[in-house]
Design a protein around this ligand. Structure first.
Ligand SMILES: *[C@@H]1O[C@H](CO)[C@@H](O)[C@H](O)[C@H]1NC(C)=O
Length: 386
């Protein structure tokens, strides 16, 4: 009997012990589950919030994108509008230009008073052009010595050829085609002057030949010779007592003359020590000197120069001849600013220019290069400050 009781007691005890144990385990698990559920609830909430926030963010970015797109298309429209306006302004400017500049020289009576030297010429035409480039070159012929000069009277179209660097002879041809088609100087009229021309600075305008007379022991003179009557109509003393060459690379030319409607221009050097080229404006009728300027263009390495519309263009080169180029420009009216003055390069040729004569009617230069007679056609543009 005794062992059975012990077993029962011990079983009961064991049972009770196990019951407590399971109960505890259940409680623990239940608590854990509750806690997990809580956390799940919490994360669910968080997730929901993130989701909404993400959606809001998406909405905001989409709106921003729309805004940007609109802004872009508006900008595009503005640009298009601006382009159209620029086009229109350009067309209007073209129109205004064609209305105001059909000719090289415009009549500007209202500007006459403040124009100094040109002011006396009331009602005369004013030249407002600047060279923009060399359009073409034409080699016409080869006649005479390496150095010489040829030019065409813009008024009569007759051509005058000065062979060498001094002499009392001038060959006259009726036209440029006459000159280029005849062999040598045959077919020309030979003019014999009462004194020698000296250097390559002669000019012919409206039936008059202007040349430099430089005889030993005498002062330099400017002579005006009437080609029709064959007589000297006037002479004038040089503005300074100087025999210095105006262009360092052409030492035979003491002074250079250029004639046109605006007047007679004289390029010269005041003395051997004076480094710059000087300019004088003369009355072509009386040879009176009206005004004098220092062009500030150096004589050193200067080859030739010419005058177009009151602007002096000085052509430079090197002793070992390379390409001639306009490197200094001087405008008597200060209307050509240095920025718009062109750096003009002449096409590569045979030697160097002995002379270059501008013809205002044709807007071309008559050049003499190593005995070749060359014509350079120029392109022009309006001076900016007019
Ligand atoms: C040009 O001058 C040179 C000498 O300077 C002479 O030999 C030549 O015959 C002259 N030519 C003409 C066409 O006058």
């Amino acid at each position: 009997m005794k062992p059975v009781l012990v077993l029962l007691v011990s079983t009961a005890w064991t049972f009770t012990g196990a019951q407590y144990y399971y109960q505890g385990l259940m409680d623990y698990l239940e608590n854990r589950l509750l806690a997990i559920e809580d956390r799940m609830q919490f994360w669910h909430g968080q997730l929901h919030r993130y989701h909404t926030e993400l959606q809001d963010f998406k909405k905001v970015t989409a709106q921003a994108m729309d805004g940007l797109k609109n802004g872009h298309s508006m900008l595009f429209k503005d640009l298009e509008g601006a382009r159209l306006r620029v086009d229109r302004v350009e067309r209007e400017m073209d129109y205004v230009e064609t209305q105001t500049s059909p000719r090289a020289c415009a009549n500007k009576a209202d500007k006459v008073l403040e124009q100094g030297a040109w002011g006396k010429k009331t009602g005369r035409s004013y030249c407002i052009e600047i060279i923009s480039g060399i359009r073409s070159v034409k080699i016409l012929k080869r006649v005479g010595s390496p150095k010489g000069m040829w030019t065409r009277d813009p008024r009569s179209s007759k051509v005058y050829v000065f062979n060498g660097t001094t002499g009392d002879k001038v060959y006259q041809f009726n036209s440029v085609p006459d000159f280029s088609s005849s062999p040598g100087v045959s077919g020309s009229r030979q003019i014999k002057l009462p004194s020698d021309w000296s250097g390559l600075g002669s000019a012919v305008y409206n039936g008059y030949l202007y040349y430099i007379k430089q005889e030993a022991g005498m002062e330099v003179q400017v002579v005006k010779y009437d080609l029709l009557s064959g007589s000297v109509s006037d002479t004038a003393m040089f503005p300074v007592d100087s025999h210095a060459a105006v262009y360092n690379l052409n030492p035979e030319t003491v002074a250079d003359l250029a004639a046109d409607d605006e007047g007679l221009w004289l390029l010269y050097a005041t003395s051997d020590s004076e480094p710059n080229i000087n300019l004088a404006k003369m009355d072509p009728a009386t040879l009176d000197i009206e005004q004098i300027w220092d062009t500030r263009c150096p004589r050193e390495n200067a080859e030739v120069a010419f005058v177009v519309c009151g602007t002096v263009y000085v052509v430079y080169n090197t002793r070992l001849t390379s390409r001639s180029r306009v490197e200094c420009v001087f405008d008597v009216n200060d209307m050509v600013i240095s920025e718009e003055a062109p750096l003009l390069y002449f096409p590569r040729r045979y030697g160097a220019h002995a002379s270059l004569k501008y013809n205002p009617e044709e807007k071309q230069l008559y050049g003499w290069d190593d005995g070749y007679q060359i014509i350079y056609r120029l392109t022009m543009k309006r001076k900016l400050l007019v």
